[in-house]
Design a protein around this ligand. Structure first.
Ligand SMILES: Nc1ncnc2c1ncn2[C@@H]1O[C@H](COP(=O)(O)OP(=O)(O)OP(=O)(O)O)[C@@H](O)[C@H]1O
Length: 308
């Protein structure tokens, strides 16, 4: 299937001479939730801004829903909704006027029923006659989402949608984003909250210093690069590791009560049963076993560090 967004050899050098994007190639699949992760200044906002037609690229090309973002600017832009990081609305306007104006801006026929439902979904219907100024921070963020969705885009970009949002609202927003995906909207989000990507994304792209470091299915990424730690609680403390256990892979805590073994989840044979067999051979009893999977955060940090 044709990707809904195709980015080819995209470069961006700002007027200052700073090269923010270096030959980016990226395809976004129809209907997916794609999370773009990267440290501060990696180029996430620059990339999104180019796709949305806010910043000009220095080279390369981008299509959205098969339309060239430069040649077919209006049509391509009509397919896209953007929730920016910062408030970009007239704070003296009401919520209702804001979304209505936004729909008109993209040349869509008025549809008050759609806008009513949209505001209801975002728990903003009661606030439709309030000015933006009179809303709480979380409500203002929801207005930005309503504004981005007012013209029924097929593609929604969310630039750090939940930064500075409380836990409850964050959970509501995640649920809403999933619902949009069910309705067929393709979602691209940037985030610093790795748990957000871990929880929601189908695929993850990592960008660092203007380069795409990796693009992968989330599950495959976690499987490939994931590490697991097995902790064995011993029934009685021991002074040193038994000689039949490989001391490169297994360590004993100082109090002699716990063994720690790290292994990769990609390998067919984890080595766990071998270790337990060796303990049995050496006559060492254990009282408990637990395993912990490395988080996406640990994977992400190691990926970015590798490239430093
Ligand atoms: N208008 C500009 N002129 C010059 N340099 C810029 C401009 N806008 C951004 N940059 C630089 O480009 C780089 C990428 O910035 P960008 O905002 O795309 O990063 P980001 O990944 O979105 O970061 P953050 O996570 O902090 O939002 C940064 O080094 C930034 O200083």
């Amino acid at each position: 299937m044709e990707p809904i967004i195709a980015v080819r050899s995209l470069n961006k050098t700002y007027q200052s001479g700073f090269c923010a994007l270096k030959s980016i190639d990226l395809e976004i699949k129809r209907g997916e939730i794609f999370a773009l992760l990267g440290p501060n200044g990696a180029g996430k906002t620059t990339l999104i801004s180019i796709i949305c037609g806010i910043v000009n690229a220095s080279g390369g090309e981008v299509t959205a829903d098969g339309l060239d973002i430069l040649r077919d600017y209006r049509e391509a832009r009509q397919r896209i909704g953007l929730v920016p990081q910062e408030l970009a609305v007239n704070i003296f306007e009401t919520v209702w006027a804001t979304v209505k104006f936004s729909r008109g801006l993209f040349g869509c026929a008025p549809d008050d029923n759609y806008l009513e439902q949209l505001l209801k979904n975002l728990s903003l219907w009661d606030k439709r006659d309030s000015t933006i100024m009179a809303l709480s921070g979380g409500m203002k963020r929801r207005v930005l989402i309503a504004k981005a969705l007012a013209h029924e885009p097929k593609i929604l970009f969310l630039d750090e949608p939940t930064a500075g949002v409380d836990v409850e609202l964050r959970r509501d927003m995640w649920a809403m984003i999933r619902k949009l995906r069910e309705d067929g909207v393709t979602i691209i989000l940037t985030t610093h909250y790795i748990e957000e990507a871990e929880d929601m994304a189908d695929r993850i792209g990592v960008i660092n210093k203007g380069e795409i470091v990796l693009v992968e299915e989330k599950h495959a990424l976690m499987k490939q690069l994931g590490r697991k730690t097995l902790t064995v609680q011993l029934a009685r403390p021991i002074a040193r590791l038994p000689t039949n256990v490989n001391s490169d892979a297994v360590s004993l805590t100082q109090d002699g009560r716990t063994l720690v073994y790290q292994y990769t989840t990609a390998a067919d044979d984890s080595g766990v049963s071998q270790l337990l067999g060796q303990l049995q051979e050496a006559g060492i009893e254990y009282s408990d076993l637990s395993t912990k999977q490395s988080s996406l955060e640990e994977i992400f940090v190691s990926l970015v560090e590798e490239k430093q």
